[in-house]
Ligand binder design. Structure first.
Ligand code: 13P
Length: 248
């Protein structure tokens, strides 16, 4: 079974609505590619503008965060039904910046994955190790532990529609990319784990991205690897270089 490539931009806390509209216009003709799912994961304030700008194109809208309740007294939060109504399809969950800066743990991340599926949003579940764990050589156990926790009580049918992003923290925003072999090693490890936790069909279907200083220059080599089905791109998603990654 051929997995469709998925190239997602994580805009993080960048672009005002006006700037978002301009970036969508700059990218519009450049990201047309029927063989790739293209996703812009944008700040909540930009969702309506971006959904309007990409209407009728092959670009899907994603969000970067939400809370697990539908509504209520949760000051500052945004819910899955709100995102859905605004046109969001994909949701990033468990990004290392949410884990490290905002204290999200695997219990909450697991609850978010389940809530996203229950609400009809497609999760992009992030995992990845710190430099210390990479140097200590314990990164494989770490990644396996994260995935097991985060997928507790998630069904095989759901995992078939899941995107997992392997983002080594030491490669995020540092300009230091994992080598294609290093990225492939962990993406394969994740696929093998999914086969063990679920079954071979589910492992074959789940899409696994690499993220961490992916750019127009290194994308083709990374994406050529068997178990790397796409990319989650930060810095390079904010400029037209993103289109080169889509077409790499
Ligand atoms: P950079 O591409 O800026 O390294 O960011 C990667 C990332 O964190 C995407 O979620």
């Amino acid at each position: 079974m051929a997995r469709k490539r998925i190239i997602a931009g994580n805009w993080k806390m960048n672009k005002t609505p006006e700037e978002a509209k301009a970036l969508c216009a700059d990218l519009k003709d450049l990201v047309v590619n029927d063989n790739v799912d293209v996703v812009y994961c944008v700040p909540a304030i930009d969702i309506t503008t971006v959904a309007e700008a990409v209407k009728g194109t092959n670009v899907h809208v994603g969000a970067q965060n939400f809370y697990i309740e539908d509504k209520g007294a949760f000051t500052g939060e945004i819910s899955a039904p709100m995102l859905k109504e605004a046109g969001v399809e994909y949701i990033i969950i468990g990004h290392s910046e949410r884990r490290d800066i905002f204290g999200e743990n695997d219990v909450l991340i697991n609850a978010k994955v389940k809530k996203a599926f229950a609400s009809g949003l497609k999760p992009i579940l992030c995992c990845g190790e710190s430099l210390a764990l990479r140097k200590a050589g314990t990164y494989k156990e770490w990644i396996e532990r994260q995935i097991k926790w985060d997928l507790t009580d998630v069904t095989a049918d759901q995992v078939k529609n899941l995107v997992i992003a392997y983002e080594p923290i030491w490669a995020i925003g540092t300009g230091e990319t994992a080598s294609a072999d290093q990225a492939q090693e962990v993406c394969k490890l994740i696929r093998d784990l999914i086969a063990k936790l679920y079954d071979a069909d589910t492992a074959e279907a789940v899409r696994i991205q690499y993220g961490g200083s992916m750019n127009a220059g290194n994308a083709a080599e990374l994406l050529a690897k068997d178990d790397i089905d796409g990319g989650l791109i930060g810095g390079a998603s904010l400029k037209t270089d993103f289109a080169q990654i889509v077409n790499a």
